[in-house]
Design a protein around this ligand. Structure first.
Ligand SMILES: O=C(O)c1ccc[n+]([C@@H]2O[C@H](COP(=O)([O-])O)[C@@H](O)[C@H]2O)c1
Ligand SMILES: Cc1cc2nc[nH]c2cc1C
Length: 361
C-alpha cells in the first residue's frame, strides 16, 4: 500500500502553476496585494493540476494519538496518561481542537495508532494501534521498520477513507505526551540542524529539563547511528528515511507521514499543523520530495524545530500566533484562509470583465 501510494504522487503541474500566476495578475486588484494568499492559491492550482483549483472544502481533521517510551527519561512535565485522557476529551467534544473544528465546520476523527491503554469503541474513534507506545528512542530504535510501515499505512487508510467520504482538504493533528522529543530528533536528522537548535520546551519545561531533553535527543541520534551532520538527503534513499523515521519517530509521526503521502497521491491538499505534523511532513518529503507540493503550512508553532522544518520544506506559514498546542488547532484556524484564497481564483472578476482600467505600464 505504501509503494502504491508513493507511485501515485506527482509534483506540482507546471502548466497549472503558470496559468494560475497569469490569472492572478488579471484579477481586479493590484498585483501581489494579497501577499501570501496569492502564493497559496497558485500552490493549490499546481497541486491539483487545474486552474482554478477545486475548493479545498469540505475539510476533515484526523488527530493521530500515541505514546512514547522516551517519556521515561523525564522529557515532559505531564504524566503519560494525559494522552489517553485527551483522546477521551476529543471524543466527547471537549478539547480545543473540537472548538476550533466546530468553528471551521470540520469533522474530527481520532486515530489510536499507539496509545498505552486500551480504548473502548466510540463514534469518531479509529482503532489502528500498532503497540502500547514506542520503545525509548534514546536506548535504541523507537519502532521496528515493520511497525513504522504499519503506522504509515494506518495514516494512508484514514486519509483514503476521509477522501472517499468527500473530504477535499485533509488536516493532520496529533496528541502524544513526550512527542516533541521525538519531533526534535526527526527534525534534527532530516534538516541537519543540531539538537540544541531544534529541541524546544514542548508543553512547558524548566531550564534543567530542557538541558536533559537536548541530551536525550543527542543520545537518540548516537545510539541509532544517525547524525544531524549527515541529514537524510530528501528522497535520495527512501529506505534510509524509513529507518530514521522508525528509529527516532513516534507512531503518530509515521501515521501523519502516511496521511500526507495519501493526500498528495489523491491530489487533495493537506494543511499542516505544528512541529509534530511538520516532522511527519519531513519524513514524507524524504520518502518523496514531491509530497511537499501538496502541503500548506497552516501556522508556525512556537517550538523552535518547527521554524527549521518549514525553512527546510520551503513552506511559508499562514499564521503565527505563538501557538504550541498541536491537535491540528493551527491548521484548523488556517483552513478558512486557504478556502478564501481559492475562492478568490473562482469569483474575482478580471480587469477586462469588470471594465476596470489597468495600471499603465
Ligand atoms: O504542535 C506543536 O507545535 C506542539 C508544540 C508543543 C506541544 N505540543 C503538544 O504537546 C504534547 C507534547 O508535548 P511534550 O512536552 O509532552 O513533548 C503533544 O500532545 C503535542 O500535541 C504541540
Ligand atoms: C492538557 C493537554 C492538552 C494537549 N493537547 C495536545 N497536547 C496536549 C498536552 C496537554 C498536557
Amino acid at each position: 500500500m505504501l509503494a502504491e501510494t508513493l507511485a501515485a504522487i506527482r509534483p506540482a503541474d507546471q502548466r497549472a502553476l503558470a496559468e494560475a500566476r497569469a490569472h492572478q495578475d488579471r484579477l481586479t486588484k493590484p498585483r501581489g496585494s494579497l501577499g501570501a494568499l496569492e502564493d497559496v492559491a497558485i500552490r493549490l492550482a499546481g497541486a491539483a493540476g487545474a486552474c482554478p483549483p477545486p475548493m479545498p472544502s469540505p475539510a476533515a481533521l484526523a488527530i493521530f494519538a500515541a505514546d512514547h517510551g522516551v517519556h521515561a527519561r523525564g522529557v515532559s512535565p505531564w504524566p503519560q496518561e494525559v494522552t489517553v485522557q485527551m483522546v477521551a476529551n476529543f471524543l466527547s467534544g471537549g478539547a480545543v481542537a473540537n472548538a476550533f473544528a466546530a468553528q471551521a465546520g470540520v469533522p474530527v476523527t481520532v486515530v489510536d495508532v499507539g496509545v498505552a491503554a486500551d480504548l473502548p469503541d466510540a463514534p469518531g474513534l479509529v482503532k489502528r494501534k500498532i503497540a502500547y507506545g514506542t520503545a525509548d528512542l534514546s536506548r535504541g530504535p523507537a519502532m521496528t521498520v515493520d511497525q513504522a510501515v504499519r503506522a504509515l499505512e494506518a495514516g494512508i487508510v484514514v486519509a483514503r477513507g476521509l477522501v472517499a467520504e468527500g473530504a477535499r482538504c485533509l488536516i493532520a493533528g496529533d496528541m502524544g505526551i513526550a512527542n516533541t522529543t521525538a519531533s526534535a530528533a526527526l527534525v534534527s536528522v532530516f534538516t541537519g540542524k543540531d539538537p540544541a537548535e531544534v529541541t524546544g520546551r514542548g508543553t512547558g519545561i524548566d531550564d534543567d529539563t530542557h538541558k536533559r531533553k537536548v541530551a536525550v535527543v543527542r543520545e537518540a541520534l548516537h545510539v541509532n547511528g544517525l547524525s544531524h551532520d549527515e541529514p537524510q538527503p530528501a528522497g535520495s534513499s527512501p529506505s534510509e528515511a524509513l529507518r530514521a523515521l522508525a528509529a527516532v519517530g513516534g507512531f503518530e509521526h509515521a501515521a501523519i507521514a502516511g496521511f500526507i503521502l495519501c493526500g498528495a497521491a489523491a491530489r487533495v491538499p493537506v494543511i499542516l499543523d505544528g512541529v509534530i505534523a511538520g516532522a511527519g511532513a519531513l519524513a514524507a518529503a524524504a520518502l518523496d520530495p514531491a509530497t511537499t507540493d501538496h502541503c500548506v503550512a497552516g501556522h508556525r508553532s512556537a517550538e523552535p524545530g518547527h521554524a527549521a522544518t518549514l525553512d527546510h520544506l520551503r513552506l511559508r506559514p499562514l499564521i503565527d500566533l505563538e501557538m504550541r498546542l498541536g491537535e491540528g488547532t493551527g491548521a484548523l484556524l488556517a483552513h478558512p484562509m486557504v478556502c478564501a484564497a481559492v475562492r478568490m481564483m473562482h469569483d474575482v472578476a478580471t480587469f477586462d470583465a469588470a471594465g476596470v482600467t489597468e495600471k499603465p505600464v
